[in-house]
Design a protein around this ligand. Sequence first.
Ligand SMILES: NC(=O)c1ccc[n+]([C@@H]2O[C@H](COP(=O)([O-])OP(=O)(O)OC[C@H]3O[C@@H](n4cnc5c(N)ncnc54)[C@H](OP(=O)(O)O)[C@@H]3O)[C@@H](O)[C@H]2O)c1
Length: 299
Amino acid sequence: MCLSVNYYEKMNKIGVIGATGMLGQPVVKELVKAGFEVKALVRNAEKAAKTLPAEVALIQGDLKDMTQIKAFINQIDTLYLSLSVKQASRQSHFQPEREGIQNIAKALEDHTKLKRIAYLSSLVQNYQGTNGFDWWVFAIKLQAVQIIKSLSIPSTVFYPSTFMENFTVGSYRQGNRILLAGDSAHAMYFIAAEDYGRQVAKALKLVDDQNYDFVIQGREGFNADAAAKIFVENTPKKLKINKLPFGFMKVFGSLGAKFSYGRHIIEALNNYPEAFAAEPTWEVLGEPTIDLQKFANMH
Ligand SMILES: NC(=O)c1ccc[n+]([C@@H]2O[C@H](COP(=O)([O-])OP(=O)(O)OC[C@H]3O[C@@H](n4cnc5c(N)ncnc54)[C@H](OP(=O)(O)O)[C@@H]3O)[C@@H](O)[C@H]2O)c1
């Protein structure tokens, strides 16, 4: 990756879709801190106002609505997408990362003002096709990247490892317990959303027409068990680690959409051989500053 990069002198207007999400919120905070004018397309403005910084302009809207998408992208220079497949949703449902991104692509057909589109993808989606693993959720995520890269405007795609937030509000956390399942075979380079947000802010200041792919990882790699132990030993909260055999997840996985999601994501996370590949990202966007111990101390 090229080391001599230029940054916008004047901050541009960033539009965020997915600002209220687990990872949208910390990124929006960092975008505001970095001086961007941030607008968020939100489904429930009253709810969003409680979680997003006061500086963020809230625009009521939904990815299901083409008119609202068009009106939103007409007000911004850069679009940042922080979307997800909800654990309890089904393949046949409206999926923000499938129909939502298709709608954005359609809206952009007659729109020329947008300078860049940025998308939060994931590293573990690369597990698709390994050991016969085939999951519709990863297929949607892989296709989303293809659609974004086929657009006529420059793109920035972020591929993060597992976020430390999974121990606080995300999928490892169940009340006062950290819930693990099966054998976590490889190290994951856990990253704090705050560090990621700073890297996104820096990436969105790059002033050129290049397409960027950034692998987002923390400094240290741990398997799920080692990471959970560090978190539990260093958080001021009293937490316990519970571990289920993977066979248990398989049985529960047939019981409903949410369990099926859990079984698939755990299988992928446990077996994806994540290699450290963030050095080129750090050269352009800076290094993470929060290790797992520090993160745990803060939560
Ligand atoms: N967890 C990890 O460790 C990890 C690691 C790497 C990558 N990722 C990726 O990070 C992404 C984001 O995760 P997350 O946990 O932040 O997701 P999330 O909490 O579920 O947030 C999803 C966001 O999308 C918005 N949204 C949903 N449907 C919408 C629609 N029809 N129109 C407009 N907005 C809509 C939601 O708004 P509402 O508030 O209205 O529901 C919410 O703001 C996921 O794709 C995941 O794969 C996660």
